[in-house]
Design a protein. Structure first.
Length: 325
């Protein structure tokens, strides 16, 4: 995995990638080989007054299977032709290309976002849409993963995207360990809103956090929207509105996401049968779990376990493969 820096580089967006992909805890297996490069190796200025010493040029992209472009300022500054050519060549070769925050402008300049849905920091979404009309700019999400191209909103959304990619590459348990090391929640949905458009004074009864914690600890029980609303002391309609405003999704979709996350962790970390896992996470039956798994993750529980399950726990003798990006 290579981060392509562009001057002046924002240190925070670079840190989003380096913390998730490069700073691995001692007790967690390293799955990524993280490097940085730039058009011109040597001291590279940052937005906060110090320089970063870059020892690799654009030829580093020739071997990368993931290229990360962190945000830079100003976002719509001209992108050098050599950078555009190197990005296009890496993508055509099959590399995954990822933009954090205003790094989306670099991907757009290379034509990698044409005809695709993408996002960037909410302050710059209108500018991105105006400069690159072929891009389907979504201003109201944390990140967009389009498979071989991914983009994120600003600041912490870059971490959310990186954790999402680590989860997709190596499983929910691995991403949770990285998040725990960073003292962060392991998962925020990409569809979650970037910010509340009409902020209101915070009151204790408006916070969903206690309800979310309560529900997550009871996934094996019958949780309905009505039951969640009663627990929160709200009407079902009010609860749905708060979920939309604060999480960008419905109570039912949020609950299904947590059940699937719990199922993924059990598939990775235990040798429980699929029907037992379905019961534990509140999906009732193995048939229902398989149907939900395929619809939302594009695979089956068995295939997921063979890929991400801990080798010592797999009863089939299969081993998941580690992909270094």
């Amino acid at each position: 995995m290579v981060a392509l820096l562009t001057p002046p580089q924002s240190p925070f967006e670079l840190a989003c990638a380096s913390e998730v992909f490069g700073a691995v805890p001692q007790d967690v297996p390293a799955h990524y080989d993280f490097r940085i490069c730039a058009e011109h190796p040597g001291p590279l200025p940052t937005t906060v007054g110090y320089a970063v010493l870059v020892d690799a040029g654009l030829d580093a992209l020739q071997e990368a299977d993931t290229v990360v472009v962190p945000g830079r300022q100003p976002p719509d500054a001209a992108v050098p032709p050599s950078v555009v050519e190197a990005l296009r060549a890496a993508h055509e070769r099959g590399a995954r290309v990822v933009a954090i925050c205003t790094g989306a402008f670099v991907l757009a300049a290379a034509g990698l976002l044409d005809g695709r849905r993408a996002t960037t920091h909410w302050r710059h979404t209108a500018r991105l849409a105006a400069a690159f009309p072929e891009v389907q700019v979504d201003p109201d999400v944390l990140y967009v993963d389009d498979g071989d191209v991914a983009t994120s909103a600003g600041t912490g959304a870059g971490i959310d995207l990186c954790l999402h990619l680590a989860r997709s590459d190596h499983g929910a348990a691995y991403a949770a360990e990285i998040a725990r090391n960073m003292v962060l929640p392991p998962h925020r949905e990409g569809s979650q809103l970037q910010y509340v458009a009409r902020p209101t004074p915070a009151r204790a009864d408006e916070s969903l956090a206690p309800l979310l914690e309560w529900a997550t600890s009871r996934l094996d029980t019958r949780l309905t929207v009505d039951r969640l609303a009663r627990r929160a002391g709200l009407s079902s309609r009010t609860l749905a509105r708060q979920f939309t405003e604060q999480l960008g999704t419905s109570p039912g979709q949020w609950l299904l996401g947590r059940r699937l996350d719990a199922a993924r962790a059990l598939l990775e970390e235990t040798d429980l049968p699929v029907d037992a896992i379905a019961t534990r996470v509140g999906l009732a039956s193995a048939v229902n779990l398989r149907r939900r798994f395929r619809a939302h993750l594009g695979t089956t529980p068995g295939a997921y376990r063979r890929t991400f399950g801990e080798p010592g726990r797999l009863t089939t003798g299969s081993r998941g493969t580690s992909r270094r990006r």
